[in-house]
Design a protein around this ligand. Structure first.
Ligand code: KIV
Ligand code: ZN
Length: 502
């Protein structure tokens, strides 16, 4: 048996059936080209009879793509097969994927038929498709819930009729991995001619077992895996391409099977599909989730910094992610902070690092995640000259139908001063209260609050420019509380004024 697994990508057919994920032809071509670069062997480009849009997409993808086989889906219906063949006319390598339901449910309740008639329809469909293309794949829909003995009869009949690939879908995601593996083995042990065709898995994820079932199928002889990028697809989705490919790569010593996939393109392709289909990838999704290579607990961070393999079984670079990310949160230790500071170009001595770490922990209690620009601010604060005038206390009252009031206490060279003022807003009230204490004729020239774009827990950043006796002074403040940030920015500027009487 070959040690190469064919990757059959059905993102543009089974994946695209998801409500809200529909793409136009241009977008489908973009995905198809990305799949070609990724190295997939077969692209299922659509179900041409289902709509003029699907027909056009199969035509255009056939023209745009060079290496992968282009596959078009049909039911076991002559008209479907005619239309699929027409849509594939520009394909350098075209495949018709035809089939019919074989489970008790499908035969009796969906097709209102009987097992013998289904075998006849399957044979006819394959023979009819063979008039157009050499490469005909047959699917036994709901094979997962089809009795093995009957399934073997169907498969043997369609191989005799000329099928080159036999697809065994677990359409409802129902089988257990050992059952699915046994099903594939049963076919290899009981179907004449099965060694002359490629057997495919097509597993759905209703019970979260799609990847496990696919691997069980491969371990029992299947050599084509039908998958989608990010595992998108009907209901709970299909088997995800990235999981199967990285399982085979990471566990090659055990499984001994390879694919043609350029794994370094995985992440890029995942993001392309997610963006075009408006289908976010869950953060903890294996291989391509935002957190798949992110470490947040202090113990894990320390371990990864000592040796990546302590907590990672794959190199993120292998899937196109530049490096493991150490998420800085309230649970991070000094080692992680020091590492990030060094990456940002800050080399701090022990005292400064301690100071930044203390401030980091305070901020991390207020914010879920500390980003690089937050760290730059913390370093700036911690390494600043000790200020003469410091904010000791601030309380503001504001809201609809309330007069904004602020009470401020400043520490000026160790002495405390209080003032209360009202204003046309909370920032105005707080600045007026500060001015009452400092007795300087300063004019606020510019006041810039940096837009908060990442969430309501973000740090607000304020720049101020004040004019004092014709000279300009700049101040800067940052805080999760925007009024505190404003007062800090004002005081930062005031601290730069020539020392006066206060
Ligand atoms: O899940 C399924 O059975 C299918 C077939 C049409 C191949 O998608
Ligand atoms: Zn499917």
């Amino acid at each position: 048996m070959s040690d190469k697994l064919y990757i059959f990508d059905t993102t543009l057919r089974d994946g695209e059936q998801v409500p809200g994920c529909q793409l136009n032809t241009i977008e489908k071509i973009e995905v198809a080209k990305a799949l070609e670069e990724l190295g997939v062997d077969i692209i299922e480009a659509g179900f041409p009879i289902s709509s003029p849009g699907d027909f056009e997409s199969v035509v255009e993808i056939s023209k745009a793509v060079t290496w992968p086989t282009i596959c078009a889906l049909t039911r076991a219906v002559q008209k479907d097969i005619d239309v699929a063949a027409e849509a594939l006319k520009f394909a350098k390598r075209g495949r018709i994927h035809t089939g019919i339901g074989t489970s008790h449910f499908h035969i009796h309740y969906k097709l209102n038929s009987n097992p013998e008639a289904i075998i006849e329809r399957a044979i006819e469909a394959v023979k009819y498709a063979k008039r157009y293309v050499e490469d005909v794949e047959f699917y036994a829909e709901d094979a997962g819930r089809t009795e093995n003995e009957y399934l073997a009869r169907v498969v043997e009949a369609v191989i005799k009729a000329g099928a080159t690939v036999i697809n065994i879908p677990d359409t409802t995601g129902y089988t257990l991995p050992f059952e699915f593996g046994e099903k594939i083995k049963y076919l290899f042990d009981n179907v004449k001619g099965i060694h002359n065709v490629v057997v495919a898995t097509h597993c759905h994820n209703d019970l979260g077992m799609a990847t496990a079932n696919t691997i069980a199928g491969i371990m029992n002889g299947a050599r084509q895996a039908e998958v989608t990028i990010n595992g998108i697809g009907e209901r709970a989705g299909n088997t995800s391409l990235e999981e199967v490919v990285m399982i085979l790569k990471s566990r090659y010593q055990v499984l001994g099977i390879d694919t043609n996939i350029n794994t370094q393109n995985i992440y890029r392709t995942s993001r392309l599909v997610s963006n075009l289909m408006n289908m976010p990838v869950q953060p903890n999704k294996a291989i391509v989730g935002r957190n798949a290579f992110a470490h947040s607990s202090g113990i894990h961070q320390d371990g990864v910094l000592k040796n990546r393999e302590n907590y990672e079984i794959m190199d993120p670079k292998d899937v196109g992610i530049n490096e493991s990310s150490i998420l800085l949160t309230a649970r991070s230790g000094r080692a992680a902070l020091k590492h990030r500071l060094e990456l940002l170009g800050f080399k701090l001595d022990k005292d400064k690092l301690d100071k930044v770490y203390d401030e980091f922990l305070k901020l991390a209690d207020k914010k879920k995640e500390i980003r690089d620009d937050d760290i730059a601010l913390l370093v700036g604060d911690a390494t600043k000259q000790e200020r003469r005038i410091k904010l000791d206390f601030l309380q503001v009252v504001s809201g609809k139908k309330l007069i904004p009031m602020a009470t401020v206490r400043l520490d000026i060279a160790g002495e405390k001063f209080d003032a209360t003022a009202s204003g046309n807003g909370p920032v105005d009230a707080a600045i007026k209260a500060v001015k009452q204490i400092i007795h300087r004729q300063v004019v606020l020239d510019e006041f810039l609050i940096q837009a908060i774009t990442r969430g309501s827990d973000d740090v607000g950043k304020v720049h101020m420019q004040v004019d004092y006796e014709g000279n300009i002074f700049h101040g800067f403040g940052a805080n999760t509380d925007i009024i505190t940030a404003s007062v800090e920015a004002f005081l930062d500027a005031i601290n730069k004024l020539p020392v006066g009487n206060n």
